[in-house]
Design a protein around this ligand. Sequence first.
Ligand code: SF4
Ligand code: SF4
Length: 712
Amino acid sequence: MAERSFAKEVEALKLGDGDIFRGEGILAVTKALLQSGVAYVGGYQGAPVSHLLDVLVDAEDMMAELGVHLETCTNEASAAAMLGASINYPLRGAVTWKSIVGTNVAADALSNLSSPGVIGGAMIILGEDYGEGASVIQERSYAYAMKSSMWLLDPRPDLPTIVRMVEKGFELSEASHAPVMLELRVRACHVTGEFIAKTNRASAKSGLNRIDGPPVFNYARLAHPPLTFVQEKLKIDERLPAAQAFAREHKLNEFLDGDLKQLGIIALGGLTNTLLRALCRLGLADDFGNARIPIYCLNLAYPLIPDELNTFCVGKTDVLIVEEGFPDYVEQSVNTELRRADIQTRIHGKGALPKAGEYTSEVVLRGLANFLAAAKPNGIDTAEISAKADRLLGHKNAAIAAVGELPPRPPNFCTGCPERPVFAALKLTQRELGPTHISADIGCHSFATFAPFSMGNSILGYGMSLASAAAVAPNMSRRPISVMGDGGFWHNGLITGVASNLFNKNDGVLIVMQNGYTSATGQQYMPSSLTSRQGSAPGMDVEQTLRSFGVKWMRKVRTYGVATMVKTLKEAMLTPVSGLKVIIADGECQLARQRRVRAEDSAKLKAGARVVRTKFGVDDEICTGDHSCIRLSGCPSLTVKPSPDPLRTDPVASVIESCVGCGLCGEVAHAAVLCPSFYRAELIQNASAWDRLLHRVRRTVIGWLSPREVTA
Ligand code: SF4
Ligand code: SF4
């Protein structure tokens, strides 16, 4: 699936009974799946869980030995639907994707899975990309768990706990006949540690030992009326109590004791490390996680287990809920359960802690100080705790006062990205034709929403750009332009956008960025990649597919050809031809290309073969310092430096060492009729005799043409 190698990680997956596994949380999950005897695994890549599938792709031989079927799905809906194998058969399976976006895409299949329920353990591993670093909307997977009656594990970020939750998660799913979600925040995925491994288990039934025939027809296995009403009752009357009983018996949640028994903290498992660190900084826990305030750690975030909760709260005056995100589902449920049990513990949560936003260690530290100030427990100097929090958090303001606010540093296209030139061309086109509505999408191209392009009027989801322009086009004087990656095209855009557009005979312009990979998630292969995890090309092609759907106006343009791209865009915008106009912007992902080229170059160098690298540069003497090239390109390798000419104060443009020689600088300078200050240079290693001769001739001619220094 990916072009990178995970050979080291694959070795870790082979560890047997008693071996020590060392590595990241997400790799521990992968190992735990194999230890649990899964028969099938699938998913759609996305941060922070891409690693899980990427590693399994590289471990295909080992998977084949275990009889595990691996599916690299085209979207999350197809991954969720795979879990249908566990409805009728005693097959354990796991799928993975990034939440909340992926869960939104998978929602239909998840509803239809959780209604009839499962026989084999079914697990959904969610990358809970919540917080400042998230690229997606801030919503909670918790809502899906509640609405569909799926159980939600949120393990403490500690490898033995994570592995135990995967293994117990399958048992929980089978004991309660419900799918189980396991959410991993960014920190849980990347936490490092160790655990004692077990030998991988083959499923009793799998590709190695196939099931004889389908089961006897059972209408109750279908999410179809009128059985759905029965299934709804089963969820509430049987599966929920079964899940609670299993969780209680197997101690999925943890009680961490402390001497300040008047107080308590209920924390979602995934936030426990952050909480313990904040307690430690306030002097209320040691470095090994032994806290003075008792903690009820919810490794099972949903459902709550009322009797465990009540036991924890009885006798406590004040309890803090540490629950990231909004709405405050856990806090509401805790309040309800305590009222039902007539327990009068005061509950603090949102209020002491912020209602929204990521619960970083700073946020939790302040929240703890607020909680203690409100609870006023015996045995703690709460004024001193607040003062300590002020001291610990004060350094940030002091730093700002000292150096001033740092400018934001938005993400950007990689150096030499093939998608950047398309937006440079779009910028030039709009200069001539006037601004138009840009319907943006998810993918690397969404970096164009940042400076220097600042393009994109809406983003409605992955592969949704064309669909989201459907009602814009008929209401605008100029054609809207929809931008979609080839990843988005196969994920959703072909049916949701293209088919719908053609079906409705809509007008509009679609740019498909064909870079050959789902690049933003780590260069995984997809249906139109030139190769695949099996080695051969998958055989699907964006252009042919569009033609077969009936697209008549289509142009394929090399992305770096800025002038051609401008001409094509103008043609698409102005042609009297009605209907969908598609421009396939063709250019391989530069990051993937560099990975490949560097490896090839290094092999050539070792063999003493000739290697040529292209670089661009700016002639300091010609650069006028107006920086139009930078505003039209935004390449991180194109920057400024002081002018060497003492008579000119403006800094001049400069190309730094990281330039990959994509040529955009020169193309932009040409297409936008800028100054002729860019030059192209070739760095030749292991130069041939011809190269050397040519070099000598050039130097001689340049020498003749150069002005001679006048000596006194
Ligand atoms: S990963 Fe590839 S497509 Fe994405 S910004 Fe980098 S070079 Fe461009
Ligand atoms: S040629 Fe220009 S745009 Fe391309 S990588 Fe080098 S500096 Fe960046």
